[in-house]
Write a protein that binds this ligand. Structure first.
Ligand code: HH2
Length: 268
C-alpha cells in the first residue's frame, strides 16, 4: 500500500516551509490541511536539517513541536515526530505521536529504548555524519551498498530492541551529491531486500533544482512529483512530501495504471 507522510516544519528556517508555520495555531491548521488532503501521517519537525541550519536546544525544539503534536493527535491525526533527540521523541510520543522519524537513523543513545517502550514505529534514515557535516564528503565507493549496510544494521538493532514497525529511508540529500541521489532513487529496488518498507523523502530538495536549471524550492513541485513516481517505481511505500493533494493526484493515475494500491488517506 502506497502511503503519504505530509511535511509540517514548525521552524523558522526549513528550506521550503520554514517560517510559514512558526506559530502553533498556524502549524495545526496546516497539519489539518495535510491530513484532509489525504496524508496518512503528518510529520512534525522542530529543527531544520538543511546543510548549515542553526542548531536549536532540545528545550526549544520541544517547545516548538509539543503543542502542535498534542493538538493534531487530539483531532485524530496520526502524527510522526521528526527528531533525532530521545528526550524530544519521548515527550512527543507521550503527547500522542505514533511514529518517530529519525534522520540520524536511531544513532543517539537511548532513542531505540524510547521508541520500544512507547510501542511506536520508527523511520530509520541514512545520513553520513550530522546535518552540519554531511555535505563535507559526499564520495562513496558505492552509495547504495553503504546505505544498505547501515540500514540493515539499524533495522536489526531496532527489531532486537522490540520495535515492531520500522521503515527504511535512504536519506535523499543527506550527505549525497547529485549522482548519489540519482543512484539511490534509480536503484531503490536494491534496498527491498532489507525486509522493511521503504520510505523516501525527495520533496522539493536541491537535487531537483540542480536537474532543472536551478529552479528555487517554490518551483520544484513538478520535479518532486517525478521523484515520487520514480520512488514508487523502485518500491517505495511511503513518500514524505510537502504537497499531499498534488502528489496524491499524480499517484492516483500512476498507481491506477500500474495496479498498485494507494492508501485513501486516514482523514474521515
Ligand atoms: N528530509 C528532511 C527532513 N526529514 N525525514 C526522512 N525520513 N526522510 C527525509 O528525506 C527527510 C526527513 C528534510 O526536509 P524538510 O523537512 O522539508 O526540511 P528541513 O530539514 O530544512 O526542515
Amino acid at each position: 500500500m502506497i502511503r503519504l507522510a505530509g511535511i509540517l516544519n514548525v521552524t523558522p528556517d526549513s528550506f521550503h516551509d520554514g517560517g510559514r508555520y512558526g506559530s502553533a495555531p498556524d502549524a495545526v491548521a496546516q497539519g489539518m490541511a495535510l491530513w484532509e488532503a489525504g496524508a496518512d501521517w503528518v510529520d512534525v519537525g522542530g529543527e531544520s536539517t538543511r546543510p548549515g541550519a542553526a542548531e536549536v536546544s532540545p528545550e526549544e525544539e520541544a517547545h516548538r513541536v509539543l503543542p502542535v503534536v498534542q493538538a493534531l493527535a487530539e483531532r485524530g491525526v496520526a502524527v510522526s515526530i521528526d527528531t533525532t533527540r530521545p528526550e524530544v521523541a519521548r515527550r512527543a510520543l507521550a503527547a500522542g505521536a505514533v511514529v518517530v522519524n529519525d534522520v540520524m537513523g536511531l544513532r543517539a543513545p537511548g532513542m531505540l529504548e524510547v521508541i520500544a517502550e512507547a510501542g511506536a514505529g520508527a523511520v530509520i534514515m541514512h545520513m553520513r555524519g550530522t546535518p552540519r557535516t554531511m555535505q563535507d564528503d559526499t564520495r562513496y565507493e558505492d552509495v547504495v551498498t553503504e546505505v544498505s549496510d547501515f540500514l540493515a544494521a539499524q533495522i536489526e538493532r531496532a527489531r532486537a530492541a522490540g520495535v515492531s514497525q520500522v521503515w527504511a529511508d535512504p536519506g535523499i540529500g543527506f550527505g549525497k551529491d547529485l549522482a548519489g541521489n540519482l543512484a539511490l532513487l534509480g536503484r531503490l529496488g536494491e534496498l527491498e531486500g532489507l525486509g522493511a518498507p521503504l520510505y523516501v523523502g525527495a520533496s522539493r530538495k536541491s537535487f531537483i533544482g540542480r536537474l532543472s536549471g536551478g529552479v528555487p524550492t517554490e518551483a520544484r513541485l513538478p520535479g518532486s512529483i517525478g521523484a515520487a513516481l520514480a520512488a514508487v517505481e523502485g518500491g517505495a511505500e511511503v513518500l514524505r512530501v510537502h504537497d499531499v493533494a498534488e502528489t496524491r493526484q499524480a499517484l492516483a493515475v500512476y498507481c491506477g495504471a500500474r495496479g498498485l494500491p494507494l492508501s485513501p488517506g486516514r482523514s474521515p
